[in-house]
Design a binder for this molecule. Structure first.
Ligand SMILES: Nc1ncnc2c1ncn2[C@@H]1O[C@H](COP(=O)(O)OP(=O)(O)O)[C@@H](O)[C@H]1O
Ligand SMILES: [Mg+2]
Length: 365
């Protein structure tokens, strides 16, 4: 057996972290590679969820002791490869690589968690379709933005993920209520944190892609169909979908590819793109980020398990390339990694199933 792979995964107890750890374990087992997994997690309850050899409670990414803890763990466990899973932690790590003596496979830190206004400007400059967007600098501007862009509009802060504090608003008055309530309850600090953009009622799509120094290794696209507990959320969006189905559409892959290139001229590592369509089915990019979507490693795991082929296990391919165990040319590349029409269905306490286009169900978890 080749030498043990020693990996540190941060944010390992979050849903994305648990999915990532599971995919690595599975990939290592199927490839007969020994793996030792150390994980950190801020949440004291979720730390016990992933299948780790060592689980360590960490401070938040913004705490001055966060990086020293990672340095200590890298040295103590002779970590070869560091994977910071949450984008907040990945950004800090990517911006402090020289202090961390472990291999990583991360984008430039500027490509991780960019704010929505930055994304909008970068993509617009490169002619990637984006919804018309205006930043809200003062309350007096609201009426004018509605006059210019029409109604309804999509209101949200520039920062934050999972559609946090996003809302469909029908008028300047509704937008004002929402902003004022969030300011008065301390969820945001200033009106300048908000943007308003064209409301897109169509399909909710995601594009995931793995890159190596500017070259695409694996891309895949899917449509999000339902979110967990959608009926108790104002927008019906709760961050990560309970049902999504793979799609293979050239137009969407092209937009996904172009969005990553527009954000980062030499993408390296894993990128996530969110695309929403208008009423006429025209797609627009709402977000592109050098991070892992929560379910990206789970899709890879599900297909690797259902089709008994580790090629699909994109988190494991990332590890093999990132550690130098394989060169990108030794990984079969694909711009449509997953076959079309497969639904991944997941729900709290109900397991995970993969349903093929003919209705055949494979139990994944
Ligand atoms: N302009 C819009 N109109 C309607 N829905 C939107 C719009 N922008 C985003 N959304 C929805 O909100 C979700 C989250 O937005 P996204 O741009 O991915 O930012 P983040 O995930 O960082 O909150 C998207 O997946 C999409 O479902
Ligand atoms: Mg998103």
């Amino acid at each position: 057996m080749a030498q043990l792979l020693r990996v540190l995964v941060t944010g390992a107890g979050g849903i994305g972290g648990v999915n990532f750890v599971r995919a690595l374990r599975f990939g290592a087992e199927k490839s007969k590679i020994g793996i030792f997994l150390v994980g950190t997690e801020f949440n004291e309850y979720y730390i016990d969820l992933p299948d780790l050899d060592e689980a360590i409670k960490s401070p938040r990414h913004s705490d001055p002791s966060f990086l020293p803890l990672l340095r200590k763990l890298i040295s103590k466990y002779k970590v070869d490869f560091l994977h910071p899973n949450p984008s907040s932690e990945a950004k800090v790590v990517a911006n402090n690589l020289p202090q961390l003596k472990a291999k990583t496979y991360l984008p430039n830190w500027r490509s991780i968690s960019p704010d929505k206004e930055t994304i909008w400007k970068k993509l617009k400059t490169k002619q990637v379709p984006v919804p018309e967007t205006r930043s809200v600098n003062s309350i007096d501007e609201l009426e004018g933005i509605f006059k210019e862009l029409g109604s309804p509009l999509w209101l949200r802060p520039k920062e934050g993920a999972g559609a946090r504090l996003a809302l469909k608003v029908n008028s300047a008055e509704e937008a004002l209520h929402w902003i004022k309530l969030n300011l008065s309850q301390g969820r945001t600090k200033a009106i300048g944190e908000y943007i308003l953009q064209s409301y897109l009622p169509g399909r909710d799509l995601a594009y995931d892609s793995l890159w190596y120094h500017g070259k695409l290794i694996a891309g895949s696209a899917r449509q999000r169909l339902e979110y967990p507990l959608k009926h108790i959320s104002l927008t019906g969006l709760t961050g990560t979908p309970s049902v999504a189905r793979t799609i293979q559409e050239e137009k969407i892959s092209k937009i996904g590819f172009a969005s990553v290139k527009a954000l980062d001229s030499e993408p390296h590592g894993f990128f996530s793109t969110d695309i929403k369509e208008d009423e006429g089915g025209e797609p627009y990019v709402t977000e592109v980020d050098g991070k892992w979507h929560t379910t990206a490693p789970l899709w890879g795991y599900a297909f690797a398990k259902a089709k008994k082929d580790n090629f699909y296990n994109v988190a494991f391919s990332y590890l093999l390339i990132g550690t130098g165990r394989k060169t990108p040319s030794e990984i079969r590349s694909s711009d449509n990694l997953y076959p079309e029409g497969y639904a991944l269905i997941r729900q709290m306490d109900s397991g995970v199933i993969l349903k093929d286009p003919k209705g055949k169900v494979t139990r994944i978890l």
